[in-house]
Design a protein around this ligand. Structure first.
Ligand code: ADP
Ligand code: GLC
Length: 516
């Protein structure tokens, strides 16, 4: 019997290229699928950083001279230090993206995003059709708008031997492009209307995926419900509602080989729930790295995320000065990159509160580990959050999240309630709203808890003990792949579920997303 084959199409995968959680998820999912015996391959753009970092790259004989955006070739390699295969689509457009994959140095989207990602979809479709040197997969799994055209191309070309899934990691980014490009992108003219892929006068990659994929998944239970509402649906809630039978929630996991306080090689000292001495060392290290006074008992609040409106950078900028005034011992460290306006305002705050507030503008994986390990609490305000890996990384390191009650965070963070009598099973602090008052009141509550060692330690224990491994999510994906794979390949996917089969409820993932 052969192996079940899955092609994961995405724009990012750690450690090749990463701007956010998508990259973590793609690599961890591919790795856990391989562990289950699946032949999982990632197809992504050959950004210069990806070419530099991938191992054993070689051209797989395929040259294309008729892609939507021009010509290209396929390179095959592996992720460094991993058995996961990666196909890189090398085109001139992707080769030019040596900085951010989506925006130029001024923060403006590249003008040729449509054609660049049109090329990616086109090549994915050709692989699915068996027109390349690469074996066609049984299931193609498209991720976010970057791969949204893939299910559409399969449908319009009548490629029926491959099941298609679309995972929505973030509905706010939709890839809405000039409709005039439809012909070049392979989108037929009879789909250019509101019941097709037209979206406010544009051609929407995300809409194409939602319309045509055999299954659509959202990355948390709450987000799968939220995107059916106007508040979180970004204009696509109606269409998603009409596809509710194909929509299901598969929450992400966390790569515990990478995010594990006991084995983390990027932090100052290992620690675990039974030996927290290392956490104090990590706190000292973090204070030193940010140039703050090394004070073991000062509450240390961290922010680590994209500096954007989604992540409430504006709200944090208003709330933090108040908090620093109200709590004279509070220290704040910020790691992030994003909108230049926010970046400079954070830097300004650091200048106003020397020795209390420090910021590192940039993207730094090692510092992110130091931050999650060394801080006492992580402030994670966000207007919407499909899943939210960052607060979970923090929790695994005994760093208590102070987070918005939204999206995946509703499912992963359990609020402490009143600071003088916190809930037994709490692992964090949640807040509603996007005002500076809402955010600062939540931090006040976290600081009150921090002052009561017994309560705080219980929060830390709960946070560190939660199970966020990839095994549960992987089984749900495998169950879904089995459901959409061509009849002849279904058994291959079912076999991957066998060794670990138990009485748990895999069927929940396949039954379609049902609202309670
Ligand atoms: P999103 O994908 O919406 O940005 P997540 O919390 O799911 O949110 O994932 C964010 C990922 O990006 C995490 O792995 C986080 O550690 C990482 N990250 C964000 N900003 C930075 C930064 N400036 N430096 C290093 N890692 C960062
Ligand atoms: C997106 C979401 C984030 C999620 C990540 C991985 O970037 O904003 O909430 O954790 O994708 O699915």
């Amino acid at each position: 019997m052969g192996r079940a084959r899955v092609l994961l199409v995405a724009s990012e995968a750690v450690p090749l290229v990463k701007t956010g959680g998508l990259a973590d998820v793609i690599t961890a999912l591919a790795a856990v699928l391989v562990e289950h015996g699946v032949d999982a391959t990632i197809l992504m753009p050959a950004y210069p950083a990806a070419v530099e970092r991938a191992s054993s790259l070689r051209q797989v004989g395929q040259l294309f001279d008729d892609l939507p955006g021009g010509s290209g070739r396929l390179l095959l390699g592996t992720l460094p230090g991993s058995p996961v295969s990666v196909l890189l689509l090398d085109t001139e457009r992707f080769a030019r993206r040596s900085g951010d994959p989506y925006v130029d140095e001024h923060g403006n989207e590249y003008e040729d995003n449509a054609l660049a990602f049109g090329d990616l979809a086109e090549v994915a479709a050709r692989i699915c059709a068996g027109q390349t040197m690469v074996p066609a997969p049984h299931v193609v799994h498209a991720n976010d708008w970057h791969a949204g055209l893939v299910p559409l191309l399969l449908r319009v070309r009548g490629i029926t031997g491959v099941g298609s899934a679309l995972t929505i990691h973030n509905l706010a980014f939709q890839g809405n492009v000039d409709m005039g490009l439809a012909g070049r992108l392979g989108v037929p003219a009879d789909m250019l209307h509101a019941d097709g892929v037209e979206f406010w006068g544009k051609l929407s990659f995300m809409k194409a995926g939602i319309l045509c994929a055999d299954r659509i998944t959202a990355v948390s239970d709450t987000y799968a419900e939220e995107i059916l509402t106007p508040r979180f649906g970004h204009g696509l809630d109606g269409l998603l509602g009409s596809r509710r039978d194909a929509l299901l929630a598969i929450p992400n996991g966390v790569d515990t080989a990478v995010w594990n306080p006991a084995r983390d090689t990027l932090t100052a000292r290992p620690f675990s729930i039974t030996d927290m001495a290392g956490k104090a060392a990590c706190k000292r290290d973090l204070q030193r790295q940010f140039g703050l006074p090394v004070e073991p008992f000062a509450p240390l609040l961290a922010l680590g995320s994209r500096m954007t409106h989604q992540k409430m950078a504006d709200v944090a900028l208003d709330a933090l000065p108040r908090l620093l005034e109200r709590h004279p011992r509070l220290q704040v460290v910020v790691l992030g990159r994003g909108d230049h306006g926010y970046e400079s305002r954070f830097q300004q705050l650091a200048a106003e509160y020397p020795a209390r507030f420090a910021v590192h503008v940039g993207y730094d994986e090692k510092l992110a580990h130091a931050l999650h390990a060394g801080a006492d609490m992580l402030l994670h305000g966000t207007r919407f959050e499909p899943f939210g890996l960052t607060p979970i990384y923090a929790m695994l390191y005994g760093t208590i999240p102070v987070a918005s009650r939204v999206g995946g965070l509703c499912d992963t963070v359990a609020d402490a309630g009143a600071a003088d009598a916190p809930n037994e099973s709490a692992n964090g602090v949640l807040f509603d709203g996007d005002g500076a008052d809402d955010m600062s009141a939540a931090v006040d509550r976290a600081l009150a808890l921090f002052a009561q060692t017994r309560h705080w330690q219980r929060l830390q224990r709960n946070a560190m003990q939660a199970d966020f491994s990839w095994y549960g999510p992987a089984r749900k994906y495998l169950r879904m792949y089995a459901d959409i794979a061509p009849a002849g390949a279904r058994a291959l996917f079912e076999a991957t579920l066998m060794p670990r089969a138990s009485a748990d409820d895999d069927s929940a993932a396949t039954a379609g997303w049902k609202r309670a």
